[in-house]
Design a protein around this ligand. Structure first.
Ligand code: TGC
Ligand code: FAD
Length: 395
């Protein structure tokens, strides 16, 4: 099977299976046909192309690693990573939409849900007919979710089937306003974190959109407001107890970001190479100057190292040998190099680098969110620091 034409200096695609390359090809076609033609308009207007959800569902992009019995594609983790890479080559908002739906909504239902919850929600979410969101962050608890103030109180503590009353506020929630179901994390009366499926329309639940973002403009970001929301016991995730339940979901999404950020970096690098060959200054292409070549050589080297890191993480994940600190290294490094690559690419484009006629400034703004969410660069540095020394330095 012919390899795809993309930045691949070390022929890393030779290490991919035919199935993995086929998934990459499908995702690349989707990005070129469905995302790139509309993304500048959505970014300018700060709107999310919701109509792409069922299209992604039909192609198997949502919850893609989960089993086929629930309507999912059952892909391996490398194919899933390539999918995230190609979506983010288009725009981080589309990778975000797919990774929240798959890693942060379908995964917790699959891993911690009852059989009834799985049968009810997974096929609907896989098809893109329903949209989900994940509410962990609060206004005063971002990097430190253990301190969350959201509370779940048993409605009638004398009955086992009595349901729950939820109170609290979540912030910065991707897809919150358009979601049919929110996976909400709140502490019970014993102080243990539980997960709940809060459905659109439940009394006391609202999800106003947050405005004024300069980054990830083609994504909906929302508050979740819970005021005495009655949630039945059958909407609690029975196998989720403690902070490790939401953190386990983050491992799924952080892994996807380690690949997605490479797609963003490659889009910026490829735009910079193309521009450097065609922009003439001082009677020759700017790519003919040593300073530009140094920038391009360093960008390519960082992307190539990031590709090797992502691929090995995928192989470890498929072998069920991956650890959270290894995922942190992938999220941390690949977001950092994507951020740097996007800045240098913008510089190479000169004044054109600030125009949305080119994709670079959009990616450069987006990476600020991606670098921050799913654990900031600092938090992943500290996770690695703890792994190395055995000493936690968060507090
Ligand atoms: P700590 O004591 O370290 O851990 C509590 C329990 O959790 C276990 N654990 C994990 N389990 C699975 N996967 C992981 N990645 C795990 N990390 C930790 C741990 O073993 C422990 O288990 P047990 O059995 O002992 O109870 O907890 P801590 O409170 O000290 O916090 C550590 C810290 C700072 C690393 C953690 O709080 C953290 O990762 N903070 C960052 C918060 C974050 O990433 N938030 C993301 C919100 S969601 C989001 O951003 C979505 S963006 C979506 C998009 O649009 O793409
Ligand atoms: P803070 O935790 O206040 O951190 C501020 C600064 O302090 C950062 O630089 C941080 O690295 C640093 N810092 C914090 N603690 C330490 C420490 N111990 N040592 C050194 N430095 C430290 N959350 C969800 O739950 N669901 C979502 O769907 C979701 N989507 C998002 C979408 C977007 C566009 C964005 C921007 C965020 C989203 N988030 C979501 C929230 C995201 O996870 C948080 O923004 C992130 O975890 C950081 O929290 P914070 O913004 O409160 O920053």
């Amino acid at each position: 099977m012919p390899q795809l034409n993309c930045t691949d200096f070390l022929n890393i695609s030779e290490l991919l299976s035919e199935e993995e390359i086929e998934v990459q090809r499908m995702a690349r076609d989707f990005t070129e046909k469905e995302i790139l033609p509309i993304i500048t308009k959505h970014t300018r207007e700060s709107t999310f192309p919701k109509e792409l959800f069922p299209k992604m569902g039909a192609l198997g992009f949502l919850g893609a690693t989960l089993p086929q019995e629930y309507g999912c594609a059952g892909l391996n983790n490398v194919a899933y990573g390539l999918l995230m890479q190609e979506l983010e080559r288009g725009d981080s908002s589309m990778r975000s939409a797919a990774s929240v739906q798959g890693g942060l909504v379908m995964y917790p239902i699959y891993a911690y849900g009852s059989e009834e919850q799985k049968k009810k929600w997974l096929p609907l979410l896989a098809s893109g007919k329903k949209i989900g969101c994940f509410g962990l962050t609060e206004p005063d608890f971002g990097s430190n979710p253990a301190g969350m103030l959201s509370r779940a109180k048993k409605k009638n503590s004398h009955s086992t089937n009595s349901g729950w009353i939820l109170n609290g506020t979540k912030m910065w929630i991707t897809n919150g306003t358009i979601a049919d179901v929110a996976v909400v994390w709140a502490k019970n009366e014993a102080g243990k974190i539980n997960g709940f499926l809060v459905e659109k329309g439940m009394k006391g639940f609202s999800a106003p959109e947050m405005k004024g973002k300069f980054s990830l403009r083609a994504s909906v970001t929302s508050e979740l407001v819970l005021e005495e929301v009655e949630v039945p016991e059958e909407n609690r995730l029975p196998k989720a107890e403690g902070l490790k339940a939401p953190l386990g979901c983050l491992s799924q999404a952080r892994y996807g970001i380690a690949w997605g950020s490479l797609g963003l970096a490659m889009a910026c690098y490829e735009a910079a190479v193309e521009y450097s060959k065609t922009r003439i200054q001082f009677d020759k292409p700017i790519g003919g100057f040593q300073l530009t070549q140094k920038k391009l050589a360093e960008m390519l080297t960082e992307i190539t190292k990031g590709q090797l890191l992502a691929l090995q993480l995928g192989r470890l994940k498929d072998a069920k040998k991956i650890t959270p600190p290894q995922i942190s290294m992938g999220k941390m490094n690949n977001c950092a190099i994507a951020r740097k690559v996007s800045h240098v690419a913008r510089e190479i484009l000169g004044a054109n680098g600030i125009l949305d006629d080119y994709p670079v400034i959009r990616h450069m703004m987006n990476i600020e969110s991606v670098y921050t969410y799913e654990g900031t660069h600092d938090i992943h540095t500290l996770i690695l620091g703890e792994e190395i020394t055995g000493i936690a330095a968060y507090k």
